[in-house]
Design a protein around this ligand. Structure first.
Ligand SMILES: [Zn+2]
Length: 315
């Protein structure tokens, strides 16, 4: 059995509890963080993460999986401090977040060299600490799986095979690239019962979603209250999939960022997503789903039991 670690130590499966599968405590451009630290107010970023996690803790959330990896400013010391202050369990990831290229250090070396870097984070610890990664993250967006990203997906697959930890992706349903991600995993011999294709809630294309689900992977309905699709449209697709019996293969989350340095406060991202919050699920979505007739059992699958299944794989 794969061991699961939060940023504060080993976790039992029964400790996972109600989980937000995809939220970010802190998301920022790591080159800018390293080279122009004066642009950041560290105390303010910390306060924002602590405030958000206290809010979800009050609403019964036990665990957050934070897929912040290389490319978007992973900082496990920050994650640990926030987790300790709020008593929300935070699970860290290793991997690469890029939509195109990766740093020359990895681009000019073999796939297995990159896989070994991930394995180090999983088995030894991240950024010189003993905090271990318990899942892998890779991303591809509208540009598709570029040459560099093909290397990342294969390295993630190989680190998964070496360690048994599950995989979460960022996909771009508008270009149906979740299927290309699955094809690479298939070529590399990945256990599909430990794969989650993220951001599948961004589409209403049920044929595409069925094609993904029929592979046996999980899908993320994980950008509630933001992203390219309205909440009512997300709900229609979600309800259909629940009625078809797929609640054992879906996750609900918000891909919320307690802070993000990509945008100024008046950026259209926020205007387009006025309800984006870390408490949208607990305060609005879940009560609305229950009202529509979704059972508590289905909610528990999507928020609790599927998490255990994703970490442990085939039954
Ligand atoms: Zn994300």
């Amino acid at each position: 059995m794969t061991k699961i670690y939060s940023v504060t130590g080993e976790l039992q499966l029964t400790d996972l509890g109600t989980t937000l599968i995809h939220e970010h405590l802190l998301l920022r451009s790591e080159e800018v963080t390293a080279q122009f630290p004066h642009l950041y107010d560290e105390a303010d970023l910390y306060d924002k993460a602590v405030t958000a996690l206290k809010e979800v803790k009050q609403r019964g959330i036990d665990t957050i999986c934070d897929p912040t990896v290389m490319g978007i400013g992973r900082d496990v010391d920050f994650m640990k401090r926030v987790s300790e202050e709020t008593n929300v369990q935070v699970i860290a990831a290793t991997g690469v977040y890029s939509f195109n290229e990766i740093p020359p250090h990895f681009a000019n070396r073999e796939i297995d060299y990159l896989a070994q870097a991930f394995i180090h984070d999983i088995e030894k610890g991240i950024q010189g600490t003993d905090i271990k990664a318990s899942f892998l993250k890779c991303a591809a967006d509208a540009k598709g799986i570029t040459e560099d990203l093909d290397k990342v997906f294969r390295a993630v697959a190989r680190a998964h095979k070496a360690t048994g930890v599950p995989i979460m992706t960022h996909s771009h349903p508008a270009s149906k690239n979740g299927l290309n991600q699955i094809r690479i995993f298939e070529e590399e011999g990945v256990d599909f019962s430990k794969v989650m294709i993220g951001h599948c809630g961004d589409t209403e294309d049920l044929d595409y979603l069925h094609e993904i689900l029929n592979k046996g992977v999980f899908i993320g309905m994980d950008r509630y209250s933001q992203g390219p699709l309205s909440i009512p449209k997300r709900n229609i697709t979600l309800m259909k999939l629940i009625e078809q019996g797929y609640s054992n293969k879906m996750f609900l989350s918000q891909d919320y960022c307690c802070s993000i340095d990509w945008f100024d406060a008046d950026h259209e991202h926020y205007k387009n997503s006025p309800e984006w919050s870390i408490t949208y699920l607990t305060d609005k979505l879940i009560p609305a789903l229950l009202e529509k007739g979704v059972s508590q059992g289905d909610i528990d699958l999507m928020m609790k039991h599927n998490v255990i299944d994703w970490f442990t794989g085939q039954k």
